[in-house]
Design a protein around this ligand. Structure first.
Ligand code: DGJ
Length: 727
């Protein structure tokens, strides 16, 4: 049993293999968070509910006052805070009641523990593979004044070391009410002695790692762009100040959501930290008629006392096994070449077939035709929404092209941007109110396009029919789903005034609906997500597509920061990474860096030199050889490019520790600088043979004495790999 109730203390304890989490049902039904950290045998720790003496004018509950201390919601670790009822830290739930006030106070109203994990209707979430893998606690809370009821869901994946949380709000009253904010989780930690790790960036520079000390006040990352976005990722970790890749307490939080999010840490006047994560309350609201409920998205929480690297590996294993689904979760994915950087909009069937012929000679397995095949799209200013073939480019349509590509021995993939509409499109001319807009206010274009209002069922149906016609009538093995702008002037023509604030969330639910239809109707199609590179790289998208294009930046040196940051919580199996032409480094380094992802090519294969072809043939062989190790092995980040201005290094180790792949990239050369790197994750008692140098060394020597790089020529942008096999 990973979840237990302890009546003697009135506590609930949730244990994973790496953590314990204790809740206490306190007097007057307050639900307190007593502990989250390394595993404990105890079901209760005395005094945790009484430890904060400073009040700073905070009100106290008069009924609990007689306990020998003043009980103040504001100075108590609350499990899930309400609003305006004595706790002035970030509220988790604020409901505007029928009489117009937003006071929300939550008290214990029962609980239920059971084996398994329920899904969230209409939303992606993690799942259990086999019965007994997960156990769930439903903890009920109610506002004693209004009767609004909340269910806090906790699912423990004991052996994985993971806990998920989410929230359902039900209007069990007789009158309508409005949710003004609803976070998916809240956690009060007793100190603020942590660093916050988050991922920031922009188009072409997604998910750079940022680590800063917590300070008094509210800090965090958010999106109000309508999508999770390039600029911040719905991920946050708190690490002990002394925590490293290898050691120390780390708490990870990752929201399974692709829309506007908020991930905050508030350090209060007592030096305590409240973590909240969920839908961004800005421009959010949800109207609940009596009997209706609202589900907030899921947060995946990881705790480890073994450092930041271990937190990442727990996420990687868990997402590979309990988030990604379908055929391509385990089946080897075809090695692809994408037409975008090779041709942009300038292609026809003959050019694509020429790519396929050359690609086949290199050992590549699939050709992906990117943007530009539909409507009259010869540049990026038109035709989104007109998903029919441009026969000037592809005479006879898709079928003859696909037959020719297949005849060359390659599979075929295609690009769509289903949630967009160009003002210059037949779809827009037919339906000028189908884009996201506010009546009477001009809509601002981005990349010449508007966002299609997929919160509407009729709009979704139209797009679905168009996609279906293409996918059902052609032999298509892969779909790249793109999204190339953020949402402004957010609104839907169909939403009544009292529901206008529901738009952003309804939009994302519409996207999920379309993606779910695609994934379930065409389970054999490999589906890659993309948003102008990695603008929607989040766990929700991974529930539909096992891989996401990580960035439009394919420069292997700049990719290092992007890949190190992305790997904070996302596994290599999900990280779209390609070798492209015209970049700073040579093909060896481009390949070594892209190998840390799904791997593929994004170049004109006809233009390659013989020497480049030879290198690529070797990379293709390596791709097959190291596929399992990289996709499903354990990642060890050895030297981060953010912390070292000269190099980056990482290694993958197979789960049984029988093999490993080490990669070192010199970002700025230093003449004959001696270099010793301590490997990680090996079996100390095993002997390992290194293919490249024909040396055999013990795992202990490689990890403790380190590997000595002597006279390894490492000029600027060069890279070096070592393959280790248990001798
Ligand atoms: C942005 C993507 O990131 C690129 O890979 C490419 O598909 C373009 N869109 C096409 O417009």
């Amino acid at each position: 049993m990973s979840i237990t109730f302890h009546p003697e203390h009135n506590t609930l304890k949730l244990d994973t293999s790496r953590s314990s989490y204790i809740l206490k049902i306190y007097e007057q039904g307050y639900i307190l968070n007593i502990y989250y950290g390394a595993p404990l045998p105890d079901a209760y720790i005395p005094k945790r509910e009484q430890r904060y003496p400073n009040a700073s004018f905070s009100p106290s509950d008069p009924i609990i006052g007689e306990m020998g201390h003043r009980f103040r919601p504001d100075t108590t670790p609350l499990e899930y805070s309400g609003n305006g009822a004595g706790d002035f830290r970030q509220p988790c739930l604020a409901v505007r009641n029928a009489n117009g006030d937003t006071v929300t106070d939550l008290r214990y109203d029962g609980h239920k523990i059971y084996s398994g994990k329920p899904g969230i209707p209409g939303q992606p979430s993690t799942y259990e593979n086999t019965p007994g893998e997960a156990e769930t606690l439903e903890l009920y809370a109610k506002d004693p004044t209004t009767g609004i009821r909340v269910t806090l869901y906790y699912t423990v994946f004991e052996s994985a070391g993971v806990m998920t949380r989410r929230v359902r709000v039900e209007n069990t009253t007789d009158a309508a009410c409005d949710i003004e904010r609803v976070f998916s989780m809240c956690m009060d930690l007793p100190t603020m002695e942590y660093d916050m790790i988050s991922l920031w960036g922009r188009h072409n520079h997604e998910r750079y790692t940022q680590r800063v000390a917590l300070h008094h006040g509210v800090q965090g990352v958010e999106s109000r762009r309508g999508v999770s976005g390039h600029c911040y990722n719905p991920f946050m970790a708190l690490a002990e100040k002394t925590a490293t890749e290898e050691n120390g307490w780390v708490y990870g939080f990752n929201l399974v959501y692709s829309g506007n999010f908020s991930a905050l840490a508030e350090c209060d006047f007592n030096g305590c930290t409240r973590v909240t994560m969920g839908i961004n309350p800005v421009d959010f609201g949800w109207h609940l008629d009596p009997g209706e409920f609202f589900d907030a998205p899921e947060v995946v929480m990881v705790f480890t006392d073994a450092g930041i690297g271990e937190m990442s590996r727990i996420y990687h294993r868990f997402y590979n096994s309990n988030l990604i689904r379908g055929r391509w979760k385990t089946e080897k994915r075809p090695l692809l070449i994408n037409s975008w950087e090779a041709a942009y909009f300038d292609f026809d069937s003959d050019k694509l077939v020429a790519f396929a012929k050359e690609a086949k000679r290199l050992g590549i397995e699939m050709l992906v035709m990117d943007d530009g095949w539909f409507g009259v799209r010869n540049r990026d200013n038109c035709s989104l929404g007109d998903w029919y073939v441009n026969e000037d480019k592809l005479p006879g349509g898709l079928t003859p092209l696909i037959e020719r590509v297949n005849a060359e021995g390659l599979k075929f993939g295609i690009w769509f941007e289903p949630e967009m509409i160009s003002p210059d499109s037949d779809l827009f001319r037919a339906h000028p109110d189908w884009h996201v807009h506010v009546e009477g206010r001009p809509s601002m274009p981005a990349r010449w396009q508007y966002v299609l209002d997929v919160s509407r069922e009729d709009v979704r149906e139209n797009i679905w029919q168009q996609l279906y016609a293409i996918l059902a009538n052609n032999k298509i093995d892969y779909v790249k789903w793109d999204f190339n702008r953020n949402i402004s002037e957010a609104g839907s023509a169909l939403l009544p005034p009292e529901r206008k604030k529901e738009f952003f969330h309804r939009f994302i639910l519409g996207t999920y609906d379309l993606m779910n239809r695609l994934a379930t109707t065409f389970p054999d199609i490999l589906f890659e997500n993309c948003s102008g590179g990695g603008g929607r790289f989040d766990p929700a998208m991974l529930a539909y597509s096992p891989q996401i294009w990580a960035s439009d930046n394919t420069d292997p040196i700049e990719r290092l920061d992007i890949q190190f940051g992305t790997s904070m919580c996302y596994p290599a199996s999900t990280m779209g990474a390609h070798v492209s032409a015209n970049r700073r480094a040579g093909y060896v380094t481009k390949g070594n860096v892209a190998m840390w992802g799904t791997f593929g090519y994004e170049l004109d294969p006809v233009k390659l030199t013989d020497e480049e072809r030879e290198i690529i043939r070797g990379q293709v062989a390596d791709y097959h050889r190291w596929y399992d190790l990289i996709h499903y092995g354990d990642l060890y980040r050895l030297i981060s490019p953010a912390e070292n201005e000269r190099r980056a290094a990482w290694m993958f180790v197979s789960p049984d520790k029988s093999e490993a792949l080490f990669t070192l990239v010199t970002t700025r050369s230093v003449f004959r600088l001696p270099l010793i790197i301590k490997f990680r994750g090996l079996d100390p008692d095993a002997m390992y043979h290194i293919t490249e140098t024909d040396e055999t060394l013990s795992g202990a020597a490689l990890m403790n004495a380190g590997y000595w790089f002597i006279d390894v020529p490492m000029a600027d942008k060069e890279s070096y790999t070592l393959h280790l096999e248990r001798a």
